[in-house]
Write a protein that binds this ligand. Structure first.
Ligand code: KMH
Ligand code: ZN
Length: 272
């Protein structure tokens, strides 16, 4: 089994300091959270950007400030969000791909997202996929519903993306696929066998689904984007606390944690 890639998603687009005062907003705060997570074993940073007031932005300049700071202190794989926040335009969302990060997220369909609708029409998906190809950016297929796997496979048939690819099963968003372990088992069975996968369990699903990924040979994402709690009713003090627990669990279960250079090999990315 490959070493475990731990992705940290330190901020996302929705969670605020009102939910957890440790949620980072500024490029300095976000980079510091990535640095602390890297120290605990995170090798991949899934980045969203915020304005200093906490509102979400896809402004490439803000992303560039975050990325510059993360790269100054770590050798993490940089993955930008193209999901952005519900309601953003396609033009806004694609902005950070122009920075040519290692990876970017490619959500493969539309789903309910809490009270909102996370819109990704076929035309939108193909537009994002083309932008990633043009910029040499590896997509991570964001899978919020099982049918999105089929869409990713069809993109490959159309040569808009390359396989083997990397899938992220986002499980437990209200309105999309639940965090039931049977759903994870099914989704794993639906991707091509030479592809890699990560699970991002939302809220209380983060820990049990992460444990499943460790055992089953997948990879895991943790962080405030998905979960602000360490345990029921107890807020996590930092993203790194969530990363450290996952690394500890992997060690207990006999699965080594990947360094960024190892994670690059597993994901087929160029050396940094
Ligand atoms: N904020 C969500 C609407 C991604 O990063 O690509 C979408 C999201 C997925 O966070
Ligand atoms: Zn995200």
């Amino acid at each position: 089994m490959d070493p475990l890639i731990i992705t940290v998603a330190p901020v996302g687009a929705e969670v605020t300091k009102e939910h957890n005062p440790s949620v980072p907003y500024t490029p300095e705060e976000i980079a510091e959270e990535c640095y602390r997570a890297w120290n605990e074993g995170a090798s991949l940073a899934h980045i969203h950007a915020r304005n200093d007031d906490g509102s979400s932005t896809q402004d490439p300049d803000v992303y560039a400030r975050i990325i510059e700071r993360v790269k100054a202190k770590t050798d993490m794989i940089i993955q930008v969000s193209v999901g952005g926040a519900v309601g953003m335009t396609v033009r806004e969302r694609v902005g950070p791909v122009s920075l040519k990060p290692d990876m970017a997220t490619l959500t493969c369909g539309t789903c309910n997202f809490g009270d909102g609708i996370f819109t990704n029409s076929q035309a939108d998906i193909e537009f994002f996929a083309k932008a990633m190809k043009e910029n040499g950016v590896k997509p991570e297929f964001e899978i919020f519903e099982v049918g999105m796997i089929d869409t990713a496979r069809k993109l490959a048939l159309k040569k808009l993306v390359d396989l083997p690819g990397h899938f992220d099963f986002v499980m437990g968003v209200p309105g999309a696929i639940s965090g039931d372990p049977r759903n994870l088992a099914h989704m794993i069975s639906m991707i091509p066998s030479d592809c890699t996968w990560t699970v991002a369990g939302i809220g209380r699903h983060e820990l049990p689904l992460g444990a499943m990924a460790i055992i089953l040979g997948g990879h895991v994402r943790v962080g405030f984007e998905d979960n602000i709690y360490y345990s029921r009713g107890v807020r996590a003090k930092s993203n790194s606390e969530l990363v450290a627990r996952m690394a500890r669990l992997a060690k207990e279960l006999g699965r080594p944690v990947a360094k960024p250079s190892e994670a690059r090999k597993i994901l087929g990315l160029a050396a940094s």
